[in-house]
Design a protein around this ligand. Sequence first.
Ligand SMILES: [Zn+2]
Length: 62
Amino acid sequence: MRDFRYGEAARCHECGMRAILPTEDIADTFVARSGDRLEKVGCPAGNGWHVIYRRVENASLS
Ligand SMILES: [Zn+2]
């Protein structure tokens, strides 16, 4: 696949400056590399794809 550098990705103003992944394939690659700690989400503003950390259960209830 085409080399894609997350740190150099364009930023999405609609999504809190998340990196924009241009294709779902690239998003899938990041999810796979993260060991499924990331999940892909389609940009609600239609700018491509983002990856976000999966929501974790509240680790501390103290
Ligand atoms: Zn977005």
